[in-house]
Design a protein around this ligand. Structure first.
Ligand SMILES: Cc1cc2nc3c(=O)[nH]c(=O)nc-3n(C[C@H](O)[C@H](O)[C@H](O)COP(=O)(O)OP(=O)(O)OC[C@H]3O[C@@H](n4cnc5c(N)ncnc54)[C@H](O)[C@@H]3O)c2cc1C
Length: 396
């Protein structure tokens, strides 16, 4: 039985009043925002329904360089320099131009938290509360009382609980669904299956993480139930069907600010379509948002300026997400007998180098290195990279 660390009973004292910054959600996006506010002197409160790192939310795969640049490499469990693609008509090994790592969720969250000086409390967020008086503060209703702050971040995942009007529900919403099991075991390869036996539109995966495998199936079509085929894949691999973990995965970018609230990570649709990679983007947009909020706290800009700048930053990525979504929609249309030869063709070294370098550039690890006060420098670098990407896209 998993040990539940979350505060219960009389430990759940009321949590009310005004803070400088309230961050709802203590996973990748929320912790990345809090990290950028370290040393600002602001009264920053982070809340989550679970203790930090208590509930793993993914297979925990990320480009290794993101772990390095964020000072999180200790959480790494296994590193891969290739991706083994399986199709019913043949396999292909893609030699990656950069390495990919799996990590331990709890350890990574703890390492991130050590880089923060905010306060943390477990509390379940219910939604927005009636607007509080004074200074344009946003009020948030939690099971431990109403908490208000002029700067409020929703890093709560796809439900986007603090939005006031554009909520959506599966299966009609642009959401994929993913489920995985975490049996004990080991493996050498990062493996992906594009096989309609497991999912008509989507893919299956096995991500080894030292002494554990993370075996799952993701469907781009929210109506396709992935439980039976996740179990089938685990069975095909001779692995136990234990420790299930699953969720909806957004595959469309959403508005980054709304009604005075800032959104980052899955709540803003920051998970990349096609690959369903949402950790580095949650960190990336979380950092960008944290830097904008830091400038407010330091008195260098107003909340409205921060909202405008963060929204513009978010929107400048829209075309990249749209392109990934196009490919996501294209893959299920490819006739199965062509998949094997196509995957082999795409596995050519030059193409893999080119495409994976561009793919990393969507949320590059170097972004984490720019200083909190050099948001403009980081943006300029990103603009230059975008310019090159657009030029290449126009050539294709
Ligand atoms: C099966 C599966 C495997 C995946 N594997 C990968 C992978 O290997 N690599 C990758 O890059 N991406 C992966 N993803 C996508 C990735 O998990 C998400 O994109 C990423 O977790 C988004 O981070 P986040 O911080 O926005 O949200 P989350 O990680 O979902 O965190 C949201 C936080 O909010 C808290 N919360 C939610 N509701 C409330 C509430 N009402 N009150 C208080 N707290 C609340 C939660 O407890 C949680 O801590 C996977 C997704 C799934 C479903």
């Amino acid at each position: 039985m998993p040990i539940r660390a979350t505060k219960r009973g009389e430990d759940r004292t009321p949590l009310e009043g005004m803070r400088d910054v309230l961050i709802c959600g203590a996973s990748f996006a929320g912790l990345a925002v809090a990290r950028e506010l370290t040393g600002s002197g602001a009264d920053v409160l982070v809340v989550d329904r679970y203790e930090i790192g208590e509930r793993q939310t993914s297979a925990c795969g990320i480009p290794t360089e993101w772990l390095r640049t964020m000072g999180l490499i200790e959480a790494e469990r296994q590193r891969f320099d290739s991706l083994l693609m399986h199709t019913p008509h043949g396999d292909s090994r893609f030699r990656l131009p950069w390495t990919f790592s799996t990590f331990d969720y709890r350890e990574l969250c703890e390492l991130l938290w050590r880089q923060c000086d905010a306060t943390f409390e477990t509390a379940k967020v219910n939604g927005r509360a009636a607007p509080a008086n004074g200074g344009g503060a946003v009020a948030v209703d939690t099971d431990r009382g109403t908490i208000s702050a002029p700067l409020v971040v929703d890093a709560l995942g796809w439900r986007r609980l603090l939005a006031s009007g554009d909520g959506y529900q599966p299966p009609d919403a642009p959401l994929s669904r993913g489920l995985e099991v975490h049996p004990g075991g080991s493996g050498e390869d990062l493996e992906v299956w594009i096989d309609r036996r497991y999912v008509p539109a989507g893919y299956g995966w096995s991500f080894p993480a030292a002494d554990e495998l993370r075996i799952g199936v993701g469907s781009f079509d929210p109506r396709f139930h992935v439980r039976a085929t996740t179990e089938l894949l685990a069975e095909d691999l001779g692995s136990d069907r234990v420790r299930y973990q699953g969720n909806w995965i957004p595959h469309e970018l959403r508005r980054a600010t709304e009604g005075g609230v800032f959104f980052a990570g899955d709540s803003a649709g920051h998970c990349l379509p096609l690959s369903a990679e949402g950790i580095r983007t949650a960190l990336y947009f979380g950092i960008a948002l944290g830097r904008e909020l830091r400038a407010v706290v330091d008195g260098r800009q107003s909340r409205e300026q921060a909202a405008a700048r963060y929204a513009a930053f978010n929107d400048s990525h829209e075309w990249k997400f749209r392109w990934m979504l196009r490919v996501q929609r294209l893959v299920p249309k490819i006739p199965p007998r062509l998949l094997g030869p196509m995957v082999r063709l795409l596995g050519a070294k030059r193409f893999v180098d080119w495409s994976f370098r561009r793919y990393l550039q969507i949320a590059p690890p170097s972004f984490a290195l720019a200083s909190a006060h050099d948001q403009d420098g980081a943006r300029e670098q990103q603009d230059d990279a975008d310019h090159a990407l657009r030029a290449e896209r126009d050539l294709v």
